[in-house]
Write a protein that binds this ligand. Structure first.
Ligand SMILES: Cc1cc2nc3c(=O)[nH]c(=O)nc-3n(C[C@H](O)[C@H](O)[C@H](O)COP(=O)(O)OP(=O)(O)OC[C@H]3O[C@@H](n4cnc5c(N)ncnc54)[C@H](O)[C@@H]3O)c2cc1C
Length: 470
């Protein structure tokens, strides 16, 4: 199915199905959709399809199913594992599926079409004084269909869970071209297999998500943000336990930044400065939020007092206003951008049980440095979820090409360690075309065969994103 040639007669049928303004083969129009955010993949497609409705998506998928023509679905093109970049397949973009179908604060549900961006979803919720708590740095471009198809996580998973927990109903076009209307708004529905959960995280392999019913939550007006210094990730893990016991439900984010990552952010990102003067080896960005006035601020003070008394933190800076809170977050969210001027990195998006994060970080760095002397590790991320972005840069002044030639061996070492600690080699970005083969090394044949059976049952012609997943 890779690099297939789509017969001209099928191209003509697809064009007719969406009308003159529903497709493009103009190279300039296509260009931004064929390159991945980090410029790691460049793709090609004979045709970009731009359906305006679920019915149009269904017509297009039906034609492809009848003709055995493969489809790559694409939302905001912010995915980091290459799954949205076509290699000869027709490219089905959701950019015109942008309707807000319903917002219902009484049921705490909003129904959005797949191409609505995450930022628009946040605004839609805010307009009825509610919150949609899926927070990613890519929110300006990432779409509802994309975040659902990758089961995206982000910075508020600790409190609200990943996309999987925020979807209450789904509408999709299955690989047969049939429309499945599962836009239910039920908090309880035990009537057999939960089809929506199959599509969530399926990375476009089980159909095209066209709309979703999403859970809304109260806006939390009391917020407090701090950067604290810790001597080690072990102390950070202990701090999280204290935070959970002293603040209960109010802990919203618990993000790790290394001393090296802080130095990169303040060196390469304009306007940012280190909030802690004593330059600790590790930092944690803590955010508390509450619906009770003043509760987050008071909770943070109690937490920091307790943590200092127990010797868990070395220092702390509390954001005094919104601008400072944003600057703190910019340090955390700018970690990837701050690495770029230092050359290419081996990127890992891994998770281990929380109790093993410190052990993972220590063991991985020791093992890597003994095999690749001088490599620089920028480990950061969602410590509260046991999810670390473990990025490895070349030694200072090292050869970037040699570093990337060593990537496979280095990543194998990291992934073997992660799996030996009971972890996952892809915590939140998915497998895409980048990690599918690697994941096959670690998953049991029982699990892979079950996945293949589900896929073959729904998509016998394997037309949906054929190069992605098993
Ligand atoms: C700066 C930055 C920060 C990020 N931070 C995070 C983070 O904190 N947590 C996290 O989890 N991810 C993060 N990501 C990754 C990315 O933003 C998310 O994976 C996002 O969910 C992708 O949404 P998208 O609309 O861009 O999807 P795309 O990139 O267009 O597609 C991603 C996958 O979903 C499929 N797909 C897209 N739309 C549909 C649809 N309607 N139906 C079926 N399949 C579909 C595609 O085929 C592809 O396999 C980040 C990315 C960037 C660039």
């Amino acid at each position: 199915m890779m690099n297939q040639t789509v017969p001209p007669a099928v191209i003509a049928r697809l064009k007719r199905a969406v009308g003159d303004d529903g497709w493009s083969d103009d190279s300039e129009r296509l260009a931004p959709k064929l390159v991945e955010w980090r410029d790691r993949w460049r793709g090609n497609t004979p045709l970009l399809l731009l359906p305006r409705s679920t019915e149009e998506v269904a017509r297009l998928v039906t034609i492809c199913a009848e003709s055995g023509v493969a489809i790559t679905p694409q939302g905001g093109n912010t995915g980091l594992v290459g799954g949205q970049i076509p290699d000869g397949e027709v490219l089905l973009s959701t950019e015109r599926l942008r309707a807000v179908r319903d917002v219902d604060p009484a049921d705490n549900v909003m129904v959005l079409e797949a191409g609505v961006t995450l930022a628009q979803a946040h605004e839609t919720a805010l307009a009825v004084e509610r919150r949609f708590p899926l927070d990613l740095a890519s929110e300006g471009s990432a779409t509802i269909g994309g975040v659902i198809s990758t089961n995206a996580g982000g910075t508020a998973v600790l409190r609200y869970g990943s996309a999987r927990g925020l979807v209450i109903g789904l509408e999709a076009v299955l690989p047969s071209g049939e429309i499945w209307n599962g836009l239910r708004r039920l908090r309880k529905d035990n009537t057999g297999y939960d089809l929506k959960q199959w599509l969530i995280g399926a990375e476009g392999t089980l159909g095209v998500v066209t709309a979703a019913a999403l859970k809304l939550f109260p806006i939390l007006t009391s917020r407090a943000v701090a950067f604290v210094g810790v001597e080690s990730p072990k102390k950070a893990a202990e701090l999280l336990q204290v935070a959970k016991s002293t603040t209960g439900e109010d802990i919203e984010a618990f993000e790790l930044v290394s001393g090296f990552g802080m130095a990169l952010a303040t060196r390469h990102l304009p306007g940012l400065r280190n909030p802690l003067e004593n330059r600790p080896p590790w930092y944690v960005l803590v955010e508390l939020a509450s619906a009770r006035a003043g509760a987050a601020e008071a909770g943070l003070e109690t937490l920091l007092g307790e943590a200092l008394a127990q010797g868990l933190i070395t220092d702390a800076a509390i954001a005094q206003n919104e601008a400072q809170a944003k600057a703190f977050w910019a340090i955390r969210e700018g970690q990837s951008a701050a690495q770029k001027p230092e050359g290419p990195a081996w990127k890992h998006d891994v998770s281990v049980p929380l109790s093993r994060v410190a052990s993972f970080l220590e063991q991985a760095t020791v093992a890597l440095r003994s095999r690749f002397p001088g490599v620089r590790v920028d480990a950061f991320g969602h410590m509260g979820d046991g999810n670390i972005h473990y990025d490895v840069l070349a030694p200072e002044g090292g050869d970037p090409a040699q570093h990337m030639a060593d990537r496979e061996a280095g990543s194998r070492l990291v992934h073997d360690l992660v799996v030996s600690l009971g972890g996952s080699i892809s915590a939140e970005h998915g497998l895409g075309t980048m990690k599918t083969a690697e994941a096959a090394r670690y998953k049991s044949s029982v699990e892979i065969n079950a996945m293949r059976s589900v896929r073959a049952a729904l998509d016998p012609g394997r037309i949906m994103n054929p190069r992605v997943l098993f």
